[in-house]
Write a new protein. Structure first.
Length: 466
């Protein structure tokens, strides 16, 4: 095992890798339930939607297992994959919602969407096999490469703050801090407990306690149930229903001729142009979400080569593209390298053994779904916020005296959390870099690749919907 995963070579131990794998799983386990919710848009009273939810529940787990196992056994990297947040909502608004509004068959819309995801995954795979995706990643300007990990850190922290209501919506300022004065304990308990959990992780880390993040998650879980006078809910009923719907409408979706017909028909999708733009949009977002996550997590793990690029980036890109194809076949939206895997890296994960442990945990959830819900958001949010602290340090490497470096880096940093998209942050930063480089007379041949990236994002922002 040590030789296969290169555990000693990368300065890790089996115990550390197992702890890191568990940390990653608990940080991203929410996707098991959240993904099907997002894909059906919480429209449970619509005929066909409950069946889709069940199918996507199983598909989400299977896709996560496949994608994460690829990282474990092929790339041998401590990363994990699951259905991308944002992309699942885009799937709902593009393929499911139109059928709900028009009163058409939502299952047919769902299966037509799977065809689009499959095609985008095949394009990913071609780009990965030819090395085009790694070329694109390495062609990014240094200032953006350095800003990506910090931007992801802010994005992860923002997700953590939102998950427990520390940061809430406000109609005037868009966001606000949790309102404590006059609030009921039940309403603010997750936020208060999460902040306490964050301090626990910080203190344990300062004291150099091994597995500080995982210990913090478990400690906060205990505090949560004691402080809210609740017991974990173990509902083992209806375990077989998801498997039935998965077999009937999920994994069979992309193999139906009718699904392909619907995918390219004006009635379901909106015509050939819409199909092309949807495929490009899914490709673009997944590609740069993955690139961003890889640079961020690899930087935190100290797994960058002399050029500042993740080691074995070609293998990582291949894992991502294969997982997307597998996800579409199983019956779910785009699978991508999950940003929360940085929590496992922060816990010391350096090899594929971390990913193997994470994938085993996901596999167990196929039959023991309540396990995923035992750990409350109040316990996982502190881990995400803490990862944000660790990753923000990368921004100090940006040359803030040179505006051609500072402005694109700044936009990349802030636009990730503000637009709720890693890809958008990279795209906006790339556009700014190209414009500043062009108008200051610094443009050269090496900037052609980032220019193409910038133009693609311009098209995405004009014609896309995410």
């Amino acid at each position: 095992m040590d030789k296969f995963f290169k555990i000693s070579e990368r300065g890790s131990t089996v115990k550390t890798e197992i702890i890191a794998g568990l940390t990653t799983f608990f940080a991203m386990a929410y996707i098991i339930v959240v993904n099907p919710n997002q894909i059906v848009g919480f429209s449970f009273d619509v005929p066909g939607v409950p069946q889709i939810w069940n199918a996507v529940y199983i598909a989400s787990i299977v896709a996560a297992v496949i994608g994460t196992l690829l990282y474990a056994l092929y790339a041998k990297m401590p990363f994990a994959q699951a259905c991308g947040m944002g992309l699942n909502s885009f799937f709902f608004t593009s393929f499911v919602l139109p059928q709900i509004v028009s009163g058409n068959d939502v299952i047919k819309g769902y299966q037509a969407g799977l065809v689009i995801i499959l095609l985008s995954g095949i394009i990913f795979l071609i780009l990965s096999v030819t090395g085009a995706r790694s070329y694109i990643a390495k062609a990014m300007p240094e200032c953006i490469k350095k800003a990506i990990p910090a931007g992801i850190g802010l994005f992860i922290a923002f997700i953590g703050f939102q998950n427990v209501g520390i940061i809430q919506a406000n109609q005037y300022t868009l966001v606000q801090f949790v309102k404590i004065n006059g609030a009921k304990w039940a309403d603010i308990a997750p936020a208060i407990i999460a902040l306490l959990g964050f301090v626990i992780i910080a203190v344990l880390t300062k004291l150099k306690v091994k597995g500080a993040v995982l210990i913090g998650i478990f400690a906060t879980t205990v505090i949560y149930y004691l402080a809210t006078w609740q017991l974990p809910n173990f509902d083992l009923t209806s375990v077989t229903a998801p498997f039935k719907d998965f077999a009937e409408i999920g994994i069979t979706g992309v193999f139906k001729a009718e699904s392909w017909k619907n995918a390219f028909s004006g009635e379901m999708i909106g015509g050939i142009f819409s199909v092309i733009m949807l495929i490009i949009t899914f490709c673009l977002v997944d590609m740069f979400d993955t690139i961003g996550t890889l640079y961020g997590a690899a930087s935190e793990a100290g797994m960058l080569d002399e050029s500042g690029d993740p080691v074995d980036i070609d293998k990582s890109m291949a894992c991502d593209s294969i997982a997307t194809v597998a996800g579409s076949v199983c019956g779910t939206s785009t699978v991508t390298t999950f940003v929360e895997c940085a929590s496992g890296v922060a816990a010391g994960g350096r090899t594929g053994l971390t990913s193997l442990v994470t994938s085993i945990c996901f596999a167990l959830c196929l039959f023991l779904s309540p396990i995923a819900s035992i750990i409350p958001a109040a316990a996982t949010a502190p881990a995400l916020i803490f990862v944000g602290v660790l990753m923000l340090k990368n921004f100090s490497k940006v040359d803030m005296e040179d505006m051609r470096s500072a402005v694109p880096a700044f936009l990349t940093l802030v636009m990730m959390p503000l637009t709720y998209s890693i890809a958008n942050g990279i795209g906006i930063g790339s556009i700014a870099y190209v414009l500043i480089t062009l108008f200051t007379g610094k443009y050269s041949k090496k900037d052609i690749a980032v220019t193409i990236i910038a133009l693609l994002f311009v098209c995405k922002f004009i014609f896309g919907a995410i």
